[in-house]
Design a protein around this ligand. Structure first.
Ligand SMILES: CN1CCC[C@H](Cn2ccc3ccc(-c4n[nH]c(N)c4C#N)cc32)C1
Length: 246
């Protein structure tokens, strides 16, 4: 899987060199390439923004550097088809270009599962008040374009969102997580929040571990954990409960 990231803060993504994603990159499972948008500027000040047409506060990101950078990435990728992850992908062979945006559809575990099947994703990290709309419209001429939001709050740019999204789908790409079993019983994977976890010691500051977890009775443990998931989901995120459990 190939991932391209366009940003004015390339150093922001050094975080992707560590932990699971760093190993996935070293193992060649995920090929992450970071592009500095300012490399596509032509003026001495490497300008990427300008005042908004129609007035208003803040600055808007100019379309030219974006168009040049995205074209270069898509042209390069066209010559090196990326290998899709196992499983059925979107069926649309065009690359996927994702722009984080507070105006986008909310990123969920279902989005992460879908992205994990894509052979190639380009992420465009906006800053300032956002990117000139014509960048999205022009890119949509040759790629699938998605505006995606991390959640209902305002960030200063797309980099934090892209980091979270790459972690969320990256861990689902086959070979990234050592034990795929650990991906099954986690929050949102089965629509419910995860059950509480415990480890040694059996007694800590006067607090014991639930007896069922010490029983060795796997069926009872599984039943207790599922009940905990339902109780926790009902308490914290009732809207996630399937109708029959509400
Ligand atoms: C005051 N203005 C309002 C519009 C956005 C401006 C900052 N900005 C520029 C590019 C950009 C990209 C994503 C996000 C963002 N914010 N919240 C989320 N869940 C996001 C996601 N994904 C924010 C962004 C700040």
């Amino acid at each position: 899987m190939r991932v391209d990231i366009v940003t004015i803060f390339p150093e922001f993504f050094q975080v992707l060199d560590v932990s699971l994603l760093g190993k996935a990159r070293q193992d060649g499972i995920i090929d992450v390439r970071v592009h500095d948008l300012r490399d596509a500027t032509t003026d001495r000040h490497r300008t990427v923004d300008d005042t908004p047409y129609g007035g208003g506060a803040g600055m808007v990101m100019k379309p030219e550097p974006w168009g040049q950078t995205i074209d270069a990435i898509l042209d390069d990728a066209a010559g090196q088809p990326a290998v899709p992850a196992e499983g059925s992908g979107s069926g649309d062979a065009r690359p996927l270009v994702v722009f984080p945006s507070p105006a986008g559809t909310v990123f969920t575990q279902a989005t992460a599962r879908r992205y994990a099947l894509e052979p190639h994703i380009v992420f465009g990290c906006g800053r300032y008040e956002g990117i000139d709309q014509r960048v999205f419209d022009d890119t949509a001429e040759r790629a699938r374009v998605e505006l995606v939001s991390l959640g209902d709050y305002v960030l200063n740019g797309g980099e934090v969102a892209v980091t979270a999204m790459i972690e969320a789908f990256g861990r689902l790409v086959p070979g990234v997580v050592g034990n795929p079993e650990s991906l099954v019983e986690e929050s949102h994977e089965d629509g419910l929040l995860e059950y509480p976890s415990y480890t040694k010691p059996a007694l800590w500051r006067g607090r014991e571990v639930p007896d069922v977890l010490l029983s060795g009775h796997h069926a009872k443990i599984a039943a207790w954990r599922h009940e905990q998931q339902i109780e926790r989901t009902r308490r914290v995120r009732p809207e996630l409960l399937p109708p029959e459990l509400r």
